[in-house]
Design a protein around this ligand. Structure first.
Ligand SMILES: [Ca+2]
Ligand SMILES: [Ca+2]
Length: 164
């Protein structure tokens, strides 16, 4: 989350989300549209007025800590063993990556998943376009390593670094 809070003041505004998405290689138009959509959705969820379009980062962390998501322990810390278990369960064809069908199945089975929130409310489609890598059949997939860094919070920093 802090990747997007560029001035580290604890809240994330539309321009900050926009800059973050641009740093991840998204085009201007898509970044603008996605920034408004993401901030609108998450402003409500984090207790800010929707029209403020500003995300209260403290409440995102709180939401994560309160969550019963598969990959965090009771303290809200990332748990590598639990991630492994979750990944094995959803990687149906065992190619060490999640393709769109596997992601759809995962979201269907686990509607309350906190993945969406951790992906900064971004749709998985958007995530695939930012972080996806092509497999042998030319389909964009999320590799195990990328999924893992999504969960441990380092994904966006890594992607931005790769591009810089
Ligand atoms: Ca900020
Ligand atoms: Ca797979």
């Amino acid at each position: 989350m802090d990747f997007f809070d560029r001035n580290s003041d604890g809240s994330t505004t539309v321009p900050e989300t926009y800059k973050g998405l641009r740093a991840l290689g998204l085009g201007r138009v898509l970044s603008g549209a996605a920034a408004v959509g993401i901030n609108l959705g998450l402003a409500c969820k984090t207790g800010a007025a929707w029209y403020s379009l500003t995300i209260n980062n403290d409440n995102i962390h709180k939401a994560k800590h309160d969550s019963d998501s598969d990959v965090y322990d009771a303290q809200g810390n990332y748990d590598a063993a639990k991630f492994e278990e979750m990944f094995q369960k959803h990687d149906a064809n065992k190619d060490a990556a999640l393709d769109k069908a596997e992601i759809d199945a995962m979201l269907e089975r686990n509607k309350e998943t906190k993945v969406g929130r951790l992906a900064f409310g971004a749709e998985f489609g958007l995530l695939l376009s930012i972080a996806g890598q092509e497999n042998q059949s030319g389909e964009k997939v999320l590799s195990r390593a990328r999924m893992e860094s999504l969960y441990d919070g380092s994904l966006f920093f890594k992607l931005a670094e790769e591009r810089a």
